[in-house]
Write a protein that binds this ligand. Structure first.
Ligand code: 5GP
Ligand code: ZN
Length: 114
């Protein structure tokens, strides 16, 4: 999609600090980190939400989750624990409608989240 921010990160038209790439995904640091580790993992293909990605290509959603875990391992937060967040819809705080998994870790994380 031409006017999608995360499609532009995939294409290289918008710069990002990329930490990991796979055939189907790109992982990059969030521009406004909420924890010492805050990385976004996205499919290269444009799908607006997690549910739409699951319906279109369940294997690609699984790749997003596998890559998110590998980011947590690489960042040293997998053993202590990390949070995987898929905000879905405006009321849940989704601002970019290209599905992205937030990988948050490196500090204690409250539950329930705000
Ligand atoms: P959402 O609120 O949709 O779940 O998450 C969108 C995330 O994208 C936010 O955490 C926000 O900080 C991040 N973000 C927005 N614009 C950019 C950008 O241009 N570059 C990067 N790296 N992250 C961004
Ligand atoms: Zn997109």
């Amino acid at each position: 999609m031409t006017d999608c921010l995360f499609c532009k990160i995939v294409s290289g038209d918008v710069p990002a600090e990329i930490v990991r790439e796979s055939a189907g995904t790109v992982a990059f640091r969030d521009i406004n980190p909420q924890a010492p580790t805050h990385v976004l993992v996205i499919p290269r293909e444009h799908h607006p939400t997690a549910a739409e990605l699951a319906a279109a290509d369940a294997g690609l959603l699984a790749e997003v989750v596998r890559e998110a875990h590998q980011v947590a391992v690489d960042e040293g937060v997998a053993d202590g624990g990390y949070r995987l967040v898929l905000n879905t819809g405006a009321q849940a705080g989704q601002t970019v409608f290209h599905v992205h998994a937030h990988v948050l870790g490196g500090r204690g994380l409250n539950w329930p989240p705000g």
